[in-house]
Write a protein that binds this ligand. Structure first.
Ligand code: NDP
Length: 329
């Protein structure tokens, strides 16, 4: 009747402190399904919650972790039964609702997706919200009509979580992938994931300050925003598209309308959090078939609940390579 959790509290200076504690199950929030969690993971948003709360958490003490994978323990939901392997990401779990940095979670059954047989709970968290978001970006480019024959796809923030998985999926699907990174020392890692070209981030940020540059990319997966995205947009080919999901360089971007009205390019906004169930399930199905799990393994490092407070500032500084899987037990 007890479980372990990284319990977060916020001081008067907004600084968040965390301690691994043993709690009784009556502390779990309301919900119709209780899950025994195997693994959680560390995402950029988790970094915000673990350091300052990022304005995302409304009540303390709090249990963070915006995603988790595990096994249904008890269920009042007709769609799920004990023993089902499930994954959760989004729905503001880990922000407004207690999340995955615990050995148990209680949530709404509607928020859970059954894992495809090809994906174990550990692999699900190696993918995590970051990898699932990468899949949503790739699906948006595909729906736009982009194929490997269309030309190169640029991935920004390539050595990060979303970027790494996007590189691996796109390469598996046969795309030529330009991986833009501020860490050229990660070039070999990105090539092993399937990148065809490694681009120093500076090639984008220091590109001439013009609203239109030479046409190069058929598509973009952008995790960074800022100048990098503006200069990438200026290099989209006629009719190309960008799937935009992140803001690692901040929310603003100094863009021009010209790529839209002179080259007919499109931008697709990607939200993983409140996405309806059908595309959510489609994304997990696609991850089961289109993400080479052996390549994914090279992106993974493992941590425990007790490591998270030290890792959080690192993900905010862009110092984490690939994905961190958290063994919560
Ligand atoms: P990571 O920190 O793992 O990766 C971000 C990467 O961006 C870094 O590794 C780095 O890549 C690059 N980067 C960091 N800071 C800067 C900077 N100042 N200028 C340029 N590049 C920078 O985070 P995630 O991959 O987990 O998330 C990426 C973004 O996507 C975040 O903003 C996150 O909030 C967002 N996100 C959005 C979701 C949605 O639903 N829309 C879901 C999941 C994530 P490199 O070293 O290769 O340059």
């Amino acid at each position: 009747m007890t479980f372990r959790a990284l319990v977060l509290t916020q001081g008067a200076d907004r600084k968040v402190s965390g301690a691994v504690e043993t709690l009784t199950e009556d502390r779990l929030p309301a919900g119709d399904v209780t899950v025994a969690i195997d693994y959680s993971t560390l995402n950029y948003k988790d970094g915000l919650v673990l350091t300052t709360g990022g304005g995302l958490v409304k009540t303390w003490p709090h249990v963070g972790g915006i995603d988790f994978a595990g096994t249904v323990e008890t269920s009042e939901s007709p769609a799920l039964k004990p023993g089902d392997k499930v994954v959760l990401n989004g729905y503001r779990v880990g922000e407004l609702h207690w999340g995955g940095y615990a050995s148990k979670a209680r949530v709404k059954g509607d928020w859970l997706v059954k894992l495809p047989a090809a994906i174990s709970p550990r692999h699900a968290m190696a993918i995590g919200t970051a990898g699932y978001t990468s899949m949503l970006c790739v699906m948006a480019l595909e729906k736009h009509g982009i194929t490997p024959a269309s030309g190169e796809i640029l991935v920004t923030g390539a050595a990060g979580g979303v970027g790494s998985v996007a590189v691996a999926i796109l390469a598996k699907l046969g795309y030529a992938v330009v991986a833009a990174t501020g860490r050229p020392q990660e070039g070999e890692y990105l090539k092993a994931l399937g990148a065809t070209t490694i681009m120093d981030r500076k090639e984008l940020t220091e590109a001439p300050d013009r609203p239109l540059l030479s046409e190069r990319f058929a598509g973009i997966v952008d995790t960074v925003s800022g100048v990098m995205f503006a200069k990438a947009l200026a290099q989209l080919k006629y009719g190309g598209a960008a799937a935009v999901c992140g803001l690692a360089a901040g929310p603003a971007f100094p863009g021009s309308i010209l790529p839209f009205i002179l080259r007919g390019v499109s931008v697709y906004g990607i939200d993983s959090v409140m996405l309806p169930k059908a595309p959510r399930e489609e994304a997990w199905r696609r991850l089961g078939s289109d993400l080479p799990l052996d390549r994914l393994d090279s992106t993974v490092s493992e941590a425990g609940l007790g490591d998270l407070m030290a890792l959080a500032p690192k993900i905010l500084k862009g110092e984490i390579r690939g994905r961190v899987v958290v063994d919560v037990n």
